[in-house]
Design a protein around this ligand. Structure first.
Ligand code: LLP
Length: 437
């Protein structure tokens, strides 16, 4: 998919770059991003919204993969940006991302984070709870600033891949519950606060969702809530944000819809519901993360040791693992892979791909069909663009890999590989523990 293909030398090529050459030049493990595919995904969302004729924002949920080069692409493609920490906000600002198109999420923003956001004059803060609402108003008052806010509400819909659960009251750390009246109380409170401007409501129902039913139900409930607020409090929302969660295809079993169908389901539901109420059409916002960058990322590993347990299993180890991709260990996530340097070779055996970390759970893929491998072969694991680099760690003091963007035969380094100094250089040995000369 994307610009990936097998070249005349029988090697995987992404963005016109031979992956064996990338591995030789940048080392492994290596995250390779197909820039054209990232841009295509951005455009699919933007085009789907443009076709509706509505006012909208597509905010890239940067938690999926937050580096400065990615912020640049999001801006160039006309997206907004969702950040959830001072670190993500810092990255975005440092990349020159327009502050007025940044939205700040999170269930426990610190006073320092709120100050930073206000000082930077970001577009809006998505208020998550009462503590934050009052604290934000106080900080804004001290700074004589006005802050636009969305309220994160929980509509009682929880969605994962094919199923969604409709729960009366949601037991979650996030947001104000619509069902038990806390969302309504939050808006009523905010009306009387001096330094916040109510921009609207936000809901996010889950991640890696393949169906539209959960989004439609959430849209209905959010619109019902909006109407209730208008009727009771006289507040009309200029914005309704339905969050992210659009699924991608990691393996054959995954069946996401084309991006446009999610957008259409959301906008159609909101339009229909608000028409019933004769409610002025707000701006519609969404926040895709995984579906922007997930399938654009491929991780290249060098194969090292193998362990064959006759009649049981053959383990093939690579030079990375749960440090660069914690998703299999954390979520039992499944990935597809093949040999990048011998992409046309037929499969000969079933092996399991192990990482190099010192724990049994560090397995990347169970039961993968591969040609017989030898040390030095290159393994490409697909769909590693979202929640891989952003969730990477230094466990076992491994150095985090480099990240490159490829397109039109050019490869650009966007994050350099960590050095030993990056790993141990922050350590401080107290005087009394220092080794005597
Ligand atoms: N908006 C909000 C408020 C969110 O909490 C999230 C994701 C998104 C947008 C973006 O969702 P996406 O379009 O990427 O599904 N680490 C997990 C995923 C956690 C998602 C958390 N929130 C994983 O690796 O699967």
């Amino acid at each position: 998919h994307g610009t990936s293909q097998i070249n005349a030398a029988g090697r995987l090529e992404i963005g016109g770059c031979d992956t064996a050459e990338l591995a030789a030049r940048f080392g492994t493990p290596l995250y390779v991003f197909d820039e054209a595919l990232i841009r295509r995904r951005c455009r699919e969302f933007m085009d789907a919204f443009r076709a509706t004729g509505l006012r909208f924002q597509v905010a890239y949920a940067s938690k999926a993969f937050c580096v400065m080069a990615m912020c640049r692409i999001a801006e160039e493609e006309g997206l907004s940006l969702d950040v959830v920490s001072d670190g993500e906000l810092y990255t975005a600002l440092r990349a020159g991302f327009p502050a007025d198109r940044i939205h700040f999420h999170g269930n426990n923003k610190t006073p320092e984070e709120l100050e930073m956001a206000i000082d930077a004059k970001i577009g809006c803060i998505v208020v998550d709870n009462f503590t934050e609402l009052y604290m934000l108003n106080e900080i804004a008052k001290e700074k004589s600033a006005r802050v636009s806010i969305l309220f994160r509400v929980t509509p009682g819909v929880e969605a994962h891949t094919h199923e969604f659960i409709s729960t009366g009251q949601t037991d979650t750390k996030f947001g104000f519950d619509i069902g038990n009246g806390s969302a309504f109380r939050a808006i009523r409170e905010a009306v009387s606060l001096s330094n916040v401007d109510i921009l609207g409501v936000h809901s996010h129902i889950g991640s890696q969702i393949f169906e539209t039913d959960g989004f439609k139900l959430a849209a209905d409930r959010v619109c019902d809530f909006a109407q209730n607020v208008r009727k009771e409090l006289g507040v009309t929302f200029p914005v309704i944000n339905l969050g992210g969660g659009f699924g991608i295809r990691y393996t054959e079993g995954d069946t996401p819809l084309p991006v446009g169908q999610y957008v259409q389901a959301i906008t159609d539901s909101i339009k229909a519901k608000l028409a019933e109420y004769d409610y002025p059409m707000p701006e519609i916002w969404i926040e895709p993360g995984r579906s922007i960058v997930g399938d654009a990322g491929t991780t290249l590993y060098t194969i090292g040791s193998t362990k064959d347990i006759p009649g049981v299993r053959k383990y093939v180890s690579v030079d990375g693992g749960m440090t660069d991709n914690p998703r299999p260990a954390l979520y039992d996530a499944k990935y597809e892979a093949f040999l990048a340097n011998r992409a046309n070779d037929p499969s000969e055996e079933t092996v399991s791909i192990a990482g190099k970390c010192c724990e049994t759970g560090d397995m990347l893929i169970w039961d993968l069909e591969l040609p017989k491998t030898k040390p030095g072969d290159l393994l490409a694991v697909f769909c590693t663009g979202a929640y891989n680099y952003s969730m990477a760690s230094n466990y076992n003091r491994l150095r985090r890999p480099a990240v490159v963007f490829v397109r039109d035969g050019e490869a650009d380094l966007v994050v350099r590989r960590e050095t030993f100094e990056d790993v141990a250089g922050k350590d401080v040995v107290p005087e009394r523990l220092r080794k005597q000369a």
